[in-house]
Design a protein around this ligand. Structure first.
Ligand code: UDP
Length: 333
């Protein structure tokens, strides 16, 4: 089976390519390097022993994308490509809507032209907004608090309409909780440009003394220690979730939604202490005001992915924090 991976050199895309190749899939990857680096292709070759069939392109560029489908008999697509910084999306909403929606529509048009009907889409737990009930089930009410989240929700809607128009599609929408960690080789990991927005890459930079201290955004939430609680999931577990989804959609038409998380929530303070204990490194922090738009708690009900996709996360918190730090130690700039 030949799988097109959009956003293939990104954080989650690259880890998923490793697992695709481990599971015997043929991979065609595309990326425009807007938030990743060409060196990832060398790292992928080092890990998998295979040169990746890669096209440098923006998924909004229909002609270039068509060429990929013409030159390769694509059986299924995993669509990761997209902008993903919440704060930036608030400042530049049109850029987010233009890029994330345009790329997806272009991809779906080209898939239709070439009669490719199988797609796994990278969505996010952000589509649950501020959840009314925990753990969060896939049937929970959907809402968003920023343009990034809205692009995910709109794309879910577009995919649903595409399925309604043609029941031959097989669509899996994966709602990621908080992906962290890195490949154990230290070759792949999360490498955001500039000052990180997310907790784990920020902690890593503080531990590595690239930033003076972590700001903990609020310690007066209604949570056990007052700091925000999230469902952190090892990026390799997340990558394996895509393999399970692909196996499922290969056999079943339809559209369905799955939470990819561990089901276990950890607070910011728990993450900080796990990180420093496991890696034996100091992570100085200060309590700062709450970040606008943040919620107190968010963790998944993982029953559906277990039952339907036969997938569950197996990596521990220790492996998450250890591999995240290992990546930065091995890639000192
Ligand atoms: N967080 C924090 N300091 C930071 C970044 C994040 O205290 O520099 C907190 C944030 O308030 C939330 C948790 O860490 O409770 C996870 O935040 P992240 O941005 O990684 O993910 P999301 O908010 O999208 O779940």
């Amino acid at each position: 089976m030949k799988v097109l991976v959009t956003g293939g050199t990104g954080y989650i895309g690259s880890h998923t390519i490793v697992e695709l190749i481990n599971h015997g899939y043929e991979v065609v990857a595309v990326d425009d390097f807007s938030n990743s680096k060409p060196i990832v292709l060398d790292k992928l070759k080092e890990i998998t022993g295979q040169k990746i069939n890669f096209y440098e392109l923006d998924v909004c560029d229909k002609e270039k994308l068509r060429r990929v489908f013409k030159e390769n008999k694509i059986d299924a697509v995993i669509h990761f490509a997209g902008y993903k910084a919440v704060g930036e999306s608030v400042e530049k909403p049109l850029m987010y809507y233009r890029n994330n929606l345009d790329s997806t529509i272009t991809l779906l048009e080209v898939m239709d032209e070439f009669e490719v009907r199988k797609i796994v889409f990278s969505s996010s737990a952000t589509v649950y907004g501020d959840p009314e009930e925990l753990p969060i089930k896939e049937t929970a009410k959907l809402s968003t608090t920023n343009p990034y989240g809205s692009t995910k929700l709109f794309i879910e809607g577009i995919l649903k309409d595409v399925y309604i128009s043609n029941n031959n599609y097989s669509i899996a929408i994966l709602r990621y909780f908080n992906p962290v960690g890195a490949h154990p080789s230290g070759l792949l990991g999360e490498d955001p440009n500039g000052i990180p927005n997310n907790l784990m890459p920020y902690i890593v930079k503080v531990a590595n003394k690239e930033l003076p201290h972590l700001n903990i955004f609020g310690n007066d939430y209604d949570t056990p220690d007052g700091t925000g609680v999230r469902d952190y999931i090892h990026v390799i577990d997340l990558a394996l979730g895509h393999i399970s989804a692909l196996e499922y959609i290969d056999k079943h038409t339809g559209i369905d939604y799955y939470n990819l998380g561990t089901g276990q929530g950890y607070s910011v303070l728990e993450m900080v202490s796990a990180f420093s204990e496991v890696n034996k490194v100091a992570v100085p922090y200060e309590i700062a005001p709450r970040r606008e738009g943040d919620i107190a708690m968010c963790y998944a009900d993982t029953t559906k992915a277990k039952q339907v996709l036969n997938w569950e996360a197996t990596h521990s918190l220790q492996e998450m924090v250890e591999s995240a730090y290992n990546f930065v130690v091995k890639n000192q700039k």
